[in-house]
Design a protein. Structure first.
Length: 111
């Protein structure tokens, strides 16, 4: 049975059907020795994982604000300042000034 255009298998192709097909291919080799692995820190990696249900909001983890920071990378400080001011006037809230005599600097606009 082939995957559809969406890349998902039909419901009829469940884990039991897949496991039987794998066992036939392995021809007696232990499933765990070939189809699983353990990371260096002891985490077991399985070949299949069940589909996770809908995401449930976690009340102890509030969504925080996400900010995009524009990097200003120009060797001339005056030119870099002009570029940063143009970005801030265009609505940017923050920027990073790379390099220069004083090293990297964070530039903050109003709000």
């Amino acid at each position: 049975m082939m995957a559809g255009r969406t890349g998902t298998f039909p419901d009829a192709f469940g884990e039991a059907v897949w496991r039987n097909a794998v066992d036939r291919v392995l021809k007696g080799v232990a499933f765990d020795t070939v189809m699983t692995a353990v990371t260096s820190d002891g985490i077991l990696i399985e070949p299949l994982y069940p589909k996770v249900g809908a995401m449930v909001p976690q009340p102890w983890r509030r969504a925080g604000r996400v900010g995009v920071v524009q990097r200003v990378d120009h060797p001339d400080s005056a030119a870099a300042n002009a570029l940063a001011l143009a970005d801030i006037e265009g609505g940017e809230r923050a920027g990073d000034r790379a390099g220069g005599v004083c090293g990297p600097q964070r530039i903050r606009g109003p709000n």
